[in-house]
Design a binder for this molecule. Structure first.
Ligand SMILES: [Zn+2]
Length: 192
């Protein structure tokens, strides 16, 4: 039975590595995968998923316009697909998460979506909210706060190292730095 998996974390730590390892596990057995990642800006014509450990893989890009069900259905007709992997899944629209459920339910292809649960203000992303609601399996990839507790949140520092308390959900090409924090430390810095 194909299923929709949502692997979520408070920030990028380890997420892409896990995705690339999962894709490799399929390919090692002679099975075909398709990887998608978000087209967040126009700097890159081609997609790539890159792990901090130094491995990477080519990826198809998704934006707001693409119908992921139709796209996967077409690719699956050209070459039979055994697994679809989505990085930066927090940027999917609610409608696109529905399309992922159709890939699972109608095409019977498992979908592994990887994303960040909340933004730097503690608000959910559209894609993550829908995936938390509709995925068959939820898997938390844990990161740790500097105090040792589990980090559920992420904070954005500006160039002076100060916690950012307002702004756009996605900052492209900035010098901001992200840090995983437990809820208690997040509240001290952002919800004060
Ligand atoms: Zn903490």
């Amino acid at each position: 039975m194909a299923q929709l998996y949502f692997y979520y974390s408070s920030m990028n730590a380890g997420k892409s590595t896990h995705l690339l390892q999962s894709s490799y596990n399929y390919q090692e057995r002679g099975l075909a995968t398709a990887i998608y990642t978000a087209k967040i800006d126009d700097r890159f014509a081609k997609g790539k998923v890159t792990s901090r450990l130094g491995i990477d893989a080519d990826a198809f890009l998704f934006d707001d316009e693409i119908n992921l069900f139709k796209d996967v259905e077409h690719k699956n007709q050209v070459e039979k697909l055994d697994c679809v992997l989505i990085d930066e899944a927090q940027f999917l629209s609610t409608e696109q998460v529905k399309q992922l459920t159709d890939i699972v339910d109608l095409l019977h292809i498992p979908v592994l979506a990887y994303g960040i649960r909340t933004d730097f203000l503690g608000e959910t992303f559209s894609g993550s909210a829908a995936l938390l609601a509709w995925a068959d399996k939820l898997v938390e990839l844990k990161t740790i706060c500097h105090c040792g507790r589990k980090a559920n949140f992420v904070i954005r520092h500006d160039e002076n190292g100060k916690a950012v308390q307002a702004g756009k959900q996605v900052e492209v090409g900035g010098n901001e730095r992200y840090e995983p924090l437990c809820r208690a430390h997040f509240k001290q810095l952002v919800w004060q």
